[in-house]
Write a protein that binds this ligand. Structure first.
Ligand code: IDP
Ligand code: MG
Length: 139
């Protein structure tokens, strides 16, 4: 199957709320194929590495604490125009500003605990996928 990749995580709040299944269902119904997937918990150091681009932001400590507070689902998704289409499907960072029908509107609890991650560029989709998955884990 052809297409571009994007990288996503189902964040600790959505896992805790038993929303792994419902979120994967929305992702599949929107036409994304799962290329790789794992269920795991990040250490605070790993969360800090993943979000290193936000190191200087005031919420960095809160974000890395939160992202290591419980298990997450990490996945690589494939679809034509995957990065932009997935950003559209997840909605705005702040769920109060996210459009109806978006994953964050349906499942997010707050601007920090906002249910899912989605890559913001093809370059970051590659970097983020490589952070979590080897070639042997991609199908
Ligand atoms: P994005 O996930 O929509 O791309 P980014 O600006 O890249 O948003 O921020 C990364 C993550 O940091 C967000 O998904 C959210 O979990 C958290 N975050 C962003 N802004 C805030 C904030 O103002 N307060 C607390 N957490 C934030
Ligand atoms: Mg981002």
């Amino acid at each position: 199957m052809t297409g571009n990749i994007t990288f996503t995580m189902i964040k600790p709040d959505a896992v805790e709320a038993n929303n792994i299944g419902p979120i994967l269902s929305v992702i599949n119904k929107a036409g994304f194929r799962i290329l790789a997937m794992k269920y795991m918990r990040l250490t605070k150091e790993q969360a800090g590495q993943f979000y290193a681009v936000h190191k200087e932001r005031p919420f960095y400590g809160e974000l890395t604490e939160y992202m290591s507070s419980g298990p997450i689902v990490a996945a690589v998704l494939v679809k034509d125009n995957a990065v932009a289409d997935y950003r559209k499907l997840i909605g705005a960072t702040d769920p109060t500003k996210a459009e109806e029908g978006t994953i964050r509107k349906m499942f997010a609890k707050s601007i920090a605990a906002n249910a899912v991650h989605g890559s913001d560029s093809n370059e970051n989709a590659e970097i983020e996928s490589n952070f979590f998955f080897s070639q042997l884990e991609r199908f």
